[in-house]
Design a protein around this ligand. Structure first.
Ligand SMILES: [Zn+2]
Length: 258
């Protein structure tokens, strides 16, 4: 008993080791990506990440499942009715997001924060915690690889466009849509290779919504689907909790990893 008490006292007096910290955190949203498109054949780079980490095809979009509404819910951790962003439009010069975002949390934890997006209206997500903002319509992935610096603590949110234009033109899951997704996945390889050089990296790949036929943003169940892949170089993530599959639950899940 004495020995037990001695060990307990030692345990209580011992300095608690701080939680492991990521040097590099990448949150990547492939706009309009239907989980059915994610496969070894179509997206070997994303699948490799998912296999080393955790993956779910059952993440859900916001209601309604539209680009800016969904991304605002994703970054604020609040549903549209809670964060007030219930329309899908934004123009340069208009007020930006007022609720704290994941970039706010990252900044408070000492991360350099980057917001990189390929659809102008996502400029709405810029706030005072945004160190670097890049609007890159066609080369957002290359720009991200350029800005990624594994010698610094960085949090990067990357939004990739392409499927959101191919879906309405050629149809979700059409050969043209799949070709576009294969191209996006190929481009991600160089970014992942650079990120893996970081001493500690957390990479999340997800989407804002899916679609069906040539339609998205409706109340059709297919439109609400999203994939979610999570990879950590520090630990094996075996399971994605149900709460993280909700679009407003991803923020809390990532914050717990900071
Ligand atoms: Zn979208």
């Amino acid at each position: 008993m004495k020995r037990f008490i001695f060990l307990m006292v030692l345990f209580l007096l011992a300095p608690h080791s701080p939680a492991a910290e990521y040097r590099t955190v990448l949150l990547i949203s492939v706009d309009a990506l239907h989980p059915d498109a994610v496969s070894k054949e179509n997206s070997p780079n994303i699948m490799s990440l998912a296999e080393k980490g955790a993956y779910s095809p059952f993440a859900k979009s916001s209601n309604p499942p539209k680009t800016l509404i969904a991304h605002t819910a994703m970054l604020t951790g609040l549903q549209p009715t809670e964060n007030g962003k219930t329309d899908n439009i934004w123009q340069n010069g208009e007020p930006t997001v007022s609720n704290p975002t994941l970039l706010s949390t990252a900044k408070s934890k000492g991360y350099q924060t980057c917001l990189i997006y390929s659809k102008q209206k996502l400029g709405y997500l810029k706030n005072s915690a945004t160190d670097t903002e890049i609007f890159a319509k066609d080369d957002a992935i290359e720009k991200t690889a350029e800005i990624l610096d594994t010698s610094k603590k960085q949090f990067i949110f990357l939004h990739i466009s392409g499927l959101d234009t191919e879906g309405p033109v050629s149809g979700w899951m059409s050969p043209e849509y799949i070709d576009e997704f294969r191209f996006i996945d190929e481009q991600l390889e160089a970014l992942f290779t650079k990120a893996f050089k970081s001493p500690s990296v957390l990479i999340i790949v997800t989407s804002d919504h899916a679609g069906h036929d040539k339609i998205h943003g409706s109340d059709h169940p297919e439109d609400f689907k999203r994939p979610l892949a999570v990879y950590s170089s520090l630990k094996k993530i075996n399971h994605i909790p149900e709460s993280a599959l909700q679009i407003n639950g991803l923020k809390n899940f990532i914050e717990e990893e900071f």
